[in-house]
Design a protein around this ligand. Structure first.
Ligand code: ACO
Length: 431
């Protein structure tokens, strides 16, 4: 708690109270408003939680004006350049970078949990062939709560750790099962001799009739995208996981709620929507027409992959992915990529447009990620699933942080009621 205080005065009654100010290690201070209902009989109103800190957290820090993203203090640029997804996962979950033997132990534990119960496969195969993979993944993850119900005591740290390793290990297998089901191809079992991303590519792309050799360029590109998607503090899906988990719900069910929240086009579903939008725009000549639509308040069209609640500057992840696009496409020999060219021009034109300048709308993490996923052969409907695989690490880290906090309370927002005041029931003949 800092020494600073804010004075709150009710001008109608003249009643005053002092609001304590809390300071984090970095970032703006927050007003502690917990006492205002007791002192003044009022609640606060903040639709969309634009200025409300719902929790204290030590995991991720964003400075949206400066375009800074730190995981446990480490800048995302350094992690993207020097680290690996497994190392970042360990960092987010445990607070510090692992020593060699800790990383080896963690990675081997994740590898040992990659298989899923055969009943989950039968469940996946029960979906219609054209079911959206996000629907399948969120349902299959939710159904894991049925498999690990009695054996999961959320107050037991070892149970929590096993849950964390299980869900991180099994998400690629569940995603691959959904992918293979939609193609009508046989499920491919995980290979624990492969690293996390190579195994995912193997499960996605190998078929029983031929040998499949994982392209290290593809595995590395995926690893980078997973690092960049691993966590992003209290975003909509993470807050959903926290809220669901705060009731003491089974954590697999809470993660499933996070998958559902991520799916929306305003959040993780934007990566799929960006590619659809680029295909719709088609050519550079059409850009002005679509920009005009994005600015027109009577149209529902928005520039997908642009804008962010927190970043009012470049999303640092978008910058890294844009650079990676050039490198990956070159290494894969796919330099002739009209959609990437179109995306680059769209960004350039939008960033010179007064509407986007005034509102500080920049490309976000989803603007370029689909270009890489497409180049790796991942179908558009699977893009948000890729995001979910990576973000599972963040969801689990936040769930762990919340559950292990002795001060945890159920999340329960208030409302401003604008419905009918109390009235008497009238029988149906008298209405
Ligand atoms: N295209 C056109 N106009 C936009 C866009 C956009 N992509 N984004 C914001 N605006 C406009 C709004 O219309 C609003 O204009 P106004 O002030 O004239 O009313 C202003 O910019 C502020 O936008 P809000 O919607 O109030 O911002 P908010 O923080 O609520 O929404 C969001 C953020 C949802 C990301 C929004 O920018 C958006 O819809 N972007 C497109 C979808 C997208 O890319 N989502 C992915 C986000 S990253 C992630 O979740 C992984």
């Amino acid at each position: 708690m800092s020494d600073k205080k804010f004075e709150l005065t009710d001008l109608s009654s003249g009643k005053k109270s002092l609001l304590p100010v809390r300071s984090g290690t970095i970032g703006p201070d927050v007003l502690d408003i917990a006492s205002i209902n007791k002192d003044h009989g009022v609640f606060t109103f903040d639709p969309g939680f634009g200025v409300t800190a719902a929790t204290e957290s030590k995991i991720t820090y964003i400075d949206g004006d400066a375009g800074v993203l730190l995981h446990r203090g480490y800048p995302v640029e350094q992690l993207a350049e020097k680290s690996s997804f497994m190392e970042v996962a360990y960092l987010l979950l445990n607070g510090d970078l692992p020593k060699q033997e800790q990383l080896a132990e963690f990675t081997s534990s994740i590898r040992r949990h990659t298989m899923i119960n055969e009943s989950l496969l039968r469940f996946t195969n029960g979906f219609h062939h054209n079911a959206h993979p996000m629907a399948m993944v969120s349902a299959v993850v939710a159904s894991m709560s049925a498999f690990y119900h009695d054996s999961m005591d959320i107050n037991n740290p070892r149970h929590r750790e096993i849950f964390a390793h299980r869900i991180i290990a099994k998400l690629p297998t569940i995603a691959a099962a959904a992918h293979k089901h939609s193609l009508g191809q046989p499920f491919v079992y995980p290979r624990n001799d492969l690293d996390y991303c190579s195994n995912m590519l193997h499960m996605f792309f190998s078929v029983p009739c031929e040998e499949y050799v994982v392209d290290p360029v593809a595995a590395q590109a995926l690893d980078l995208l997973f690092i960049l998607h691993a966590d992003h503090e209290q975003n909509a899906s993470t807050s959903t996981v926290r809220l669901a988990g705060s009731t003491g719900a089974n954590p697999y069910a809470a993660i499933s709620a996070g998958v559902a929240a991520l799916w929306g086009p305003a959040h993780g579903g934007a990566n799929e929507a960006v590619l659809a939008m680029l295909e719709q725009i088609g050519t550079v000549e059409n850009i002005p027409k679509y920009l005009a639509m994005a600015k027109d308040k009577s149209s529902h069209f928005r520039l997908m992959g642009f804008g962010h609640r927190v970043y009012k500057n470049f999303d640092p992840r978008a910058k890294i992915i844009r650079t990676a696009c050039h490198k990956v496409l070159q290494k894969l020999g796919r330099t002739d990529n009209p959609l990437f060219e179109l995306a680059l021009r769209l960004e350039e034109i939008a960033l010179q447009d007064e509407y986007f300048i005034q509102r500080k709308l920049y490309p976000n993490v989803d603007f370029y990620s689909g270009v890489i996923y497409s180049a790796l052969g991942i179908p558009r409907s699977m893009f948000t699933v890729m995001f979910a695989i990576a973000r599972t690490v963040g969801w689990v880290a936040h769930w762990q942080e919340m559950i292990s906090d002795p001060a945890m309370r159920i999340g329960r927002p208030r409302q401003l009621y604008t419905g009918c005041p109390a009235r008497d029931y009238t029988s149906v003949d008298n209405r």
